[in-house]
Design a protein around this ligand. Sequence first.
Ligand code: MN
Ligand code: MN
Length: 368
Amino acid sequence: MFMYENIKELQTWLNQQGDDLAYISDYHSIAYLTGFESDPIERILSLVVFPQTDPFIFAPALEVEAVKATGWPFDVYGYQDAQNPFELIGEHIKASSDHYHRWAVEKNVLTLKQAQALQTAIPEAIFADDVSQTIEQMRLIKTPAEIEKMHQAGADADRAFQYGFDALATHKTELAVMADLEYHLKTDGVAAMSFETLVQFGAHAANPHGSTGQTQLQPGDLALFDLGTVSDGYVSDSTRTVAFQSVSDHQRDIYQVVLEAQLTAQDAVKPGMTAGELDQIARDVITKAGYGEYFVHRLGHGIGSSVHESIQIAPNNDLVLRPGMAFSIEPGIYIPGDLGIRIEDSIVLTDEGADSFTHTTKELQIID
Ligand code: MN
Ligand code: MN
């Protein structure tokens, strides 16, 4: 779905920079700014934004109808494979604006070959500014419309957890539980997961980079679910760990440490704090309990239209957290050969603190 705020913000930036246009060709950036997501592979897909006049999308002819179907309210121009796309882009730019000398481009995306072809089409073009970081900065702060989509994705993830818990049964494999969970979600109309659903039982969960496999569930195992859904181009990412049929004191003790780390961080997070300080709050809880060496990853990462955006909630990161930033809070303890426990919510930061996208209880559940 198209959100005009994002284009307007870019237009404001172009005005400030004194640039005549932004030429954007990273399809992730185009998806963020237009609502149209498609990897053009070797073809040319670009978005041209002017500070004053309306933007346009330039796309392979076979994509033009798909662009219109997203509700994009401005022009979309197509090209056939036999045509020179850069000549056409040059013509459309000159027809759109009297000013087309100073360009902002994505310097780490635009290839030298493409830049030279554009220069041939418009010899006056100067590639003056880099727009990549500007778009990345814009993506850090979510708009109300984006936040609403993330809440919807979170609600779908909450349903997914319940489907997953309901699917647990003795001797059932991780893959079979994952298949049941996704079957129910798709039947509900949730078309896509935002990453491969992770279901891990018992000691297999001690590998936070493992994958869902053939491990069979036994009574007394912990079962870890890390999953995310896509809703209208925005994603969720959350983790719950539950006990199957019974729980030992050892499992419960470690679970409570992870839970305390997660809750303490999620309660403490406030605008003005740095990402490093937030990581430290959770890490201190786990370290004081004696498990610091088993918390082997950062506390969290940015999230939005993709599962890993540029925010790193990691030790010593000086990034100042601001309202509108969305990120995960996901401490874990992984003891090789024994168990793995992670609890994760993705949240958006408000003036008051964390607003979580998922609401499935984090208290230890014993599933029968
Ligand atoms: Mn996750
Ligand atoms: Mn995550």
